[in-house]
Design a protein around this ligand. Structure first.
Ligand code: SF4
Length: 319
């Protein structure tokens, strides 16, 4: 098998706050293959965005990467200079966010911002304008010649997200990181944007790390899925396998909490732990219906239980 485009290995990230040290990521393991769409799912605060920002090297100043590697085409991004990283952002890896309007500069026209993104990578003049217009057409925005002269506040949420997608894909990056790109939009626009991302990335053979708290969205868009809980990836696998037969007790709980006709709704008991003082051993142990003595002491490793299927739980080994 060829090596993955992106591989996050044993990533540990802490934040130094007034309240103490927040142990946000505790050995995250994750991979994205070429042309693959991988969803990173989990509740708010599980570490999905911190993982994305670590890959992009855009963490806040109070963050510290304690350990780990972020391998992109085999190169560890955590060891590159800021200058090398700037060349990678936008050209090789780009990112779209939940609130497209806050990612756009309110005082500059759409056209100016798109051209600026190209100029940052050395593309200028008429050819750059043509590229901008053609990309705006590809993301389904009508009348791009007029649109380039408009300001972000003149756009609807859906239009602004299409502009962001155009900007992110202008340089034909190898990897797109999409952080909850549809959660601020209403349901019909959400579906259109998902479809757009899916068709464009397939066409361009771009890989995607798609971050969402919505399992329905993950099921719709992804090839593979990685489930996060309290700063740890607890399960990874093909989207059909994980939904058909979840292995980790947390994934089982998450899926059981989705309302389905004729089935009783089951909420996961207990609360998400504080990462200032996370539980010992398996971070899910205080809430786990299958907890054993070993779970309280020993952190389970992510092990491959069948090809491409990984789980971090003592029920499947991992000591
Ligand atoms: Fe539950 Fe133990 Fe598995 Fe953690 S390691 S999910 S506590 S059985």
């Amino acid at each position: 098998m060829s090596s993955p485009l992106l591989e996050v290995r044993d990533l540990i990230v802490h934040f130094y706050t007034r309240e103490g040290v927040v142990k946000a990521l505790d050995g995250v393991m994750l991979s994205v293959g070429r042309g693959e769409i991988v969803s990173l799912v989990g509740e708010t605060g599980s570490g999905k965005t911190v993982t994305a920002l670590s890959i992009m090297r855009l963490l806040d100043h109070n963050a510290r990467i304690v350990r780990g590697e972020v391998l992109f085409e085999g190169r560890n991004l955590l060891q590159l200079s800021e200058e090398e990283m700037r060349r990678i952002r936008g050209r090789e890896i780009s990112m779209i966010f939940q609130e497209p309007k806050s990612a756009l500069n309110p005082v500059l026209t759409v056209g100016f911002q798109l051209r600026e993104a190209l100029e940052a990578h050395g593309e200028e003049g008429e050819a750059a304008l043509e590229k901008v217009l053609s990309m705006l057409r590809r993301v389904g925005l009508p009348d791009p010649e007029r649109l380039v002269n408009r300001y972000p506040h003149e756009l609807s949420g859906g239009m602004a997200q299409r502009v962001m997608i155009a900007m992110a894909l202008l340089m034909r990056p190898k990897l797109l990181i999409a952080d909850e790109p549809t959660s601020a939009l209403d349901v019909t626009v959400q579906a259109q944007i998902l479809e757009l991302i899916q068709s464009l990335v397939r066409e361009m053979n771009t890989s995607v790390l798609f971050i969402t708290h919505d399992l329905g969205v993950a099921a719709e868009i992804s090839d593979r899925i990685a489930v996060m809980y309290a700063g740890v990836v607890v399960e990874q696998g093909n989207v059909y396998d994980v939904f058909e037969e979840p292995l980790h007790p947390y994934t089982r709980g998450l899926l059981a909490a989705i309302p389905r006709p004729g089935r009783e709704l089951m909420a996961i008991e207990g609360e998400v732990p504080s990462l200032l003082n996370p539980p010992s051993g398996c971070r899910f142990h205080p809430r786990c219906p299958a907890v054993m003595e070993v779970c309280k002491r020993v952190k389970p490793r992510l092990v491959e239980v069948e090809p491409g299927r990984l789980v971090a739980c003592h029920l499947y080994g991992g000591e």
